[in-house]
Unconditional design. Structure first.
Length: 85
């Protein structure tokens, strides 16, 4: 299950920036930025910091959202050995 980083899209669009602008100012390719925003790829700490610096948000948001994604994926799996009574 791929969870898009809608929060990242919201930050980027609220600042009227394109994928190309964010990528160019973060030192990465536009396609890679698109993969990050779409949740297909996870940025390194260096790249996360560069994106966050350009878009002016706390880079640790990437880590917090990654933890949330993990939690959502775990909760969406059926629990074995448990019955609801």
């Amino acid at each position: 299950m791929i969870l898009k980083r809608l929060w990242l899209n919201k930050i980027r669009t609220s600042r009227s920036k394109t994928h190309l602008e964010v990528a160019s100012n973060s030192g990465i390719k536009r396609q890679y930025y698109g993969m990050i925003e779409n949740g297909v790829s996870n940025p390194s700490v260096e790249v996360a910091k560069a994106i966050a610096t350009y878009l002016e948000f706390d880079w640790t948001l990437f880590l917090r959202m990654k933890a949330m994604k993990h939690y959502i994926l775990m909760m969406s799996k059926p629990q074995q050995g448990r019955s609801c009574k």
